[in-house]
Design a protein. Sequence first.
Length: 119
Amino acid sequence: MATPKLSQDNIYSIKSAVMGNQLAPKNNGQLTLLLVHEFEHQLANWRNIFSAHFHIQTAKDGLTALKAILNGKVDMVLSSTQLAQVTSLDVCKFVKQHKSTEHIQMIFVSEHYSEHEEV
């Protein structure tokens, strides 16, 4: 199955949404985007798409994502809905339930196209 293409408009919309929350860029003027996916090739695809606009961190599972978030250097998370160890929904719940992380924007990407599979 082919990965949906992200246009420049989508990338700028994502960046504008984060900037609208008045987050201050930390890394050479760039916001930090944490990419979370179990497959290295998908992380590489996402890195190629977003690296010109964001400082990139990656994680292959929910537990590693939580560790990166707790380090305090993540502005936004783009995550697959299917993660090992800790689910993406659990990561989101944790982030939104804690004052120190509730500002972090969460975006989920599903590899499924069924109307019956909703978060």
